[in-house]
Unconditional design. Sequence first.
Lengths: 262, 316, 291
Amino acid sequence: MSSRIEILNDGGFRSDGRLPSELRSLAFDLSPQAGADGSAMVSHGLTQVLVSVFGPREAKSRAQTMHNRAALNVEVSVAPFSTSDRRRRGRGDKRVQEIVAMIKSTFEPVVQTALYPRSQIDIFVHVLQQDGGVLQASINATTLALTAAGVPLLDLVCAITAGVHSTSPDSPLLDLTTLEENDCPSVTVAVMPRSGKLTLVSLETRVHVDVFKGILEVVGEAGKVLSLEMKRAVLARTKMLKDAMGAGLRTAEFAEDAGGDE
Amino acid sequence: MITFTSFPVAPDPYLARNDDAADYLPDSDYMDVDLEEESDAGSSKLTCPGESITSSHAFMRGHGTYVENEEVISSVAGLIERVNKLVTVRALRTRYNPEVGDLVVGRITEVQPRRWKVDANSRQDAVLMLSSVNLPGGVQRRKLESDELQMRNFFEEGDLLVAEVQAFFADGAMSLHTRSLKYGKLRNGQLVTVPPILVRRLKSHFYTLPCGVDLILGLNGYIWVSKHVKENEQEGEEGFDAEAVYSNKNDEIDEATRTAISRVTNIIRVLATHSIPLTDTLLLEAYEWAIEADVDLKDLLQEDIGDALIAAVTNR
Amino acid sequence: MRPPSPSIPEKEFLVASLAQNLRIDGRSLLEMRPTRVLAHVDAKMVRPPPERPYEGIITVHSEISPMASSLYEPGRPSEEEVALSRMLDKVLRRSDTVDKEALCVLAGQRVWHLRLTIHCLADAGNLQDCACIAGIAALKHFRRPEVEVVGDEIIVHPPTSRAPVPLAMHHTPLNLTFAFFPDASTTSSSSSNAPVDTTSLDGPVPSSTSPAPQMLLDPSPLEATLASSTLALALNSQRELCVVHKAGGMPLSPADVLRAVNVATDRVRELVSRIDRDISTDWNSRGVEVQ
């Protein structure tokens, strides 16, 4: 099912005008969802994912409770209107189940679950719009939502998708759109920026070993760039909260002093 | 190509200043900054997961950090704090971390043999043992089988109560007690929830506002706003009346009090959305402002009025 | 049912053996071992879906029956089963192993529908790799009846009149699972998470600069449980990767992943030639006779 649109033209530009190593516009929104302990909305171009985190809280079912650590519970829902062909994906959908399994296993070693025995951390992922890179957006949003909820993480995990087009195996394309995902072999990688190690590698299409090596290198670099952006968003929010609290505190102390004089 | 809509407020000076987020972090002499300077320290006091803070040789790691490669590394986003050799990172948004002696407001989630499970916004439900509540008959006495059988007469699922953290179990779950006449079932008002960090540890967490409203600031971020009950009814060790303490019946509440309760609740919500720590003086000021400005109580939750309120109380 | 977790001495025994480059079943670190899976292919003719009139259909069914191991229960598909069927789907179907257009008999009218059914008979660990080998072998071994199209009519020649033909296969991807163990010197401190733990200040810690983790091929059930991470690679003898799946567990450096890829390329080449040899031996022993 090859499209007539050129994935990479002779000038080295992609169908949406990006260079191979350019990411789509990123947006991180950490403003709180009512009720959730932490939430984040991440957009990579037209792909948009919202994640709410609840917990650590009392485990819902006895069977899931673990005496030595917290259980991670991931649920993914894909909005029927997220793709151009309106289609309902239930929770039983294999593709959805796989995203659940991948998010869960990516975060199990990263969240310090041992600090919360017998608890449960719920991660609800809502895919609002899809244009390629759903897994990468889901992982990035989950990282930010967990951070916003104050859940201790070893590192800010960030995920990124890369692919290669047959015309230029040497310059991997980053952050693929649906169009490109359909035509190129793609790899999704989750990086721990501190150590540069990979917690998730997922490739589903045929690609030569040598090309794969090239992709891994580029993706590692891109992950670091992305993680800086995420860090910036987290710090900006933290600073905002701190300043608000500081302003409130100063007034309160002043008022208390004044009250003492009267 | 990169845009940010990070928080719904004005552009952040931090973003403008730090073109490269990589190098904002402290260099080695950062830790020499004294704790006293903390209140006016800059953004360098902030950290986020995966950021290295200091060497693990010179410092001990506390909450919110872990050690790897002989470095103390932050695991949460928040403020770095240091007490002597202990380095901790305090997250600005997190669930309630209980400490013994804390006053909390909670809701019964489950009745189990000889104990209640209480949701207190913590990482696990708290436990209220039957032996930690005041039993009918006043004076301290042993609990009987009949008490076990009528546990639902004391607290049922869904009941709200105020209690004190008594101890911890081995797995970190907290045990509560209500063995004081100040504690027990909550009536005559409504609950409002705020992030726990906004409630600071104070001498007393029971307030009476002059508008005839009682406030119970639970350290877990659950706040009970209710009609004022006269002091003398609460006191007297011998005056323990099980019927009254465990009753599910609200008192008569007049319209003015109901309005006052709602107004206080809305003010707390506004302060919480602006992340302002709650104190009695601040609440009182906000309440006076709301009366002076003659704001309808439901309009308080509108964004512009909320902002005006915050501006009024923080810039005084 | 959650499988019973291994005891601490059991774990200690395995990890200590690994530190001396020994595996508990006597294999070397990168050696493989067979498990039992039955794979079966059948074909029928169907009308193709309108959106893909020129392509045949392949469906892969997999089933882990309780006979494979006492850990599996009948009824709802377990997590392993979902993972297995997803893996088989990706390796055998989505990577274009079989030329689907060659399965077309009459465009838009009739195509072959291949059903590959995989039954797991005994789970001695590493079911996924075994199921994948079985699936590939079954597809390679399968012969479909020859058909002839005359005008709009389709004649299916029974095997007695004309020799059945093998499937057109693009490549033969095989799945290999690697288990990673952190280097023995760092296993003792699995990141103690007590809020304040002064003992961990000078204890050894898993670190980014620690030596490369130990890598095992074809983990046994115990090894798979105890491994700190696993990596599944599917690739063919032309050194093309089809599936890379590593989710969770200990983070690996890109170099570790590439090390596994290199080992896997050699191993796959050996396996493919072995499968080809066995199939041709079998086929020669059958003595096809053209009448």
